[in-house]
Every structure is written in structure tokens, then in C-alpha cells.
Design a protein around this ligand. Structure first.
Ligand SMILES: [Zn+2]
Length: 262
């Protein structure tokens, strides 16, 4: 698979021009909701890796945590309203446009590979790829409710399910070359609402993946896996990926290569 991946990556890279959005227009039986008009102002997702699950070595995802191609991945829920669950399903399934993967949402008490918790802890996180199988919950949504906007559901769910498919944070790409103002980054993430320690900030924000053994396409500042980097976090005062809310063309290309449909 590795050889195939490397051989075809360049061709696919330039053949995809836009992400597919058909599933985003699914109508959910709830048009009474008041929609928030802005995005959650503290999008901070923690990427969790199993301690014994192998080393994360790739900028866009470690191949040793990929699901088998064509897998039907079972997903269950704990918590969350019917509306919130419907939105999580809707946006999770947008990855199926490009990846040869099926997310099969099962009953709460049924065995599952991805176990979603919906709560009010203000945290979003997921384990990477098949590490999900070994943890319950394996994915957390801590700020969704019936007033959450569709854009916020889309941004957060596609990001977390990107992790569940095996993708890492894009700001860790070896070609990202982000001129971090590291003190500003530490000051922000160590404060409310995150209270992250230095190690967690280093891993989730400032980490630069080594090239050795990488599966990666070009650095993609439009990736849904990229943290929003406000201008104050950079030494040249330029914001990066400030408003990524959908699967990018390169995100689509990556999962199409990792999970080819033919
Ligand atoms: Zn993340």
C-alpha cells in the first residue's frame, strides 16, 4: 500500500479541485432551532494517542493506525440530544464521499469501534484511527447543543472524525513552517478554558512531525485538521487557517489515497 500511495499521490493531488458537499445538505427534522451565528470561540481539539499504540510519525496520519480499507466502522453514542446526534452522523458521513469507509451508527449499548460522548465539558478530542477501538469514550464533543450552528457541527465533527480516520493535526506538517510566537501560544493554552500543560501544548499545537516514514501530501493551510492560528500566535502577526470549517480538497485526496475506492 505504501508504494501505491506514494506513486499515485501526486496525480491525485492535482486532479481534485473541490471537496464534495452533497451530504451537507441533508435536511434534519428540526427547523425550530435557534442557530448560533458564530463559531465556538475556543476550538481546541486534543489529539489522543494510545500510550502503547505506536508512535505517530506522519504529518497527516500514521499508517499503522489506519482502518482496513473498506471497513464498516461501528459508532455508538452516550449523551446528546436526538438533534445533536443527527448532526454528528450527518457530518461524519461526509468523509464517506472520499474514503472507502462506512460509519455504521449502532445502538447506544451495542459494541462499537468509535464511542462518542456528548457532554458539556467544553472539550473536543478523539483518539487516532484504530486506537479508538481500545478506549471508551474514544471521541468527545463538549460544546454541542440544540442551538449549535451547522457550521460549528461541520467544523468540529469533520475534524474529530478526521482523527478517527487516522489524520493528525495539519499544523504539525513538516512543511508548515509556522513562525510561532511560542510564548503567546503557551500563555493562551495554559489559561482558561483549556489549562493545558506544556507537554500537551507541545504535542497538539507546536509539534513538527519528522519526515521519516511519512505519508503526506503538500502542507495544506485549508485543511480541516489545521488549528486556527490567530495573528497574535505568530511572530509576523499573520493569521493562518483562521476559519477552516470544511474538508479541504487535499483532505479529500488524503483519505482517498489511504482508503481507495478502487
Ligand atoms: Zn484535533
Amino acid at each position: 500500500m505504501k508504494t501505491k500511495f506514494l506513486l499515485i499521490s501526486t496525480a491525485v493531488l492535482f486532479s481534485l479541485s473541490s471537496c464534495k458537499k452533497s451530504a451537507e445538505n441533508v435536511t434534519v427534522a428540526n427547523n425550530q432551532k435557534t442557530q448560533e451565528t458564530s463559531l465556538h470561540d475556543a476550538f481546541n481539539c486534543e489529539m489522543k494517542v494510545a500510550p502503547k499504540g505506536g508512535t505517530v510519525t506522519e504529518s497527516n496520519g500514521p499508517n499503522n493506525k489506519l482502518w482496513g480499507n473498506g471497513s464498516v466502522i461501528k459508532v455508538n453514542f452516550s449523551g446528546g440530544s436526538a438533534y445533536v446526534r443527527s448532526k454528528i452522523k450527518q457530518y461524519a458521513k461526509t468523509w464517506e464521499n472520499d474514503a472507502n469507509i462506512t460509519f455504521n451508527f449502532v445502538a447506544d449499548n451495542a459494541a462499537a469501534d468509535i464511542k462518542i460522548a456528548v457532554n458539556n465539558n467544553n472539550l473536543a478530542w478523539s483518539y487516532i484511527g484504530t486506537d479508538s477501538k481500545f478506549y471508551s469514550p474514544s471521541m468527545n464533543y463538549g460544546w454541542f447543543n440544540d442551538n449549535t450552528s451547522d457550521e460549528e457541527f461541520r467544523r468540529t465533527v469533520t475534524h474529530e472524525f478526521g482523527h478517527a480516520l487516522g489524520l493528525n493535526h495539519e499544523q504539525s506538517h513538516p512543511d508548515a513552517n509556522i513562525p510561532w510566537n511560542t510564548q503567546a501560544v503557551y500563555d493562551y493554552y495554559m489559561g482558561a478554558p483549556n489549562y493545558w500543560d506544556k507537554a500537551k501544548i507541545d504535542f497538539n499545537v507546536l509539534y513538527v512531525a519528522p519526515r521519516t516514514g511519512l505519508y503526506y501530501l503538500a502542507y495544506d493551510p485549508l485543511s480541516i485538521m489545521h488549528y486556527p492560528v490567530p495573528a497574535r500566535f505568530t511572530t509576523n502577526n499573520v493569521a493562518i487557517a483562521p476559519n477552516n470549517t470544511k474538508i479541504s480538497a487535499l483532505d479529500s485526496a488524503y483519505v482517498a489515497l489511504a482508503y481507495p475506492k478502487n
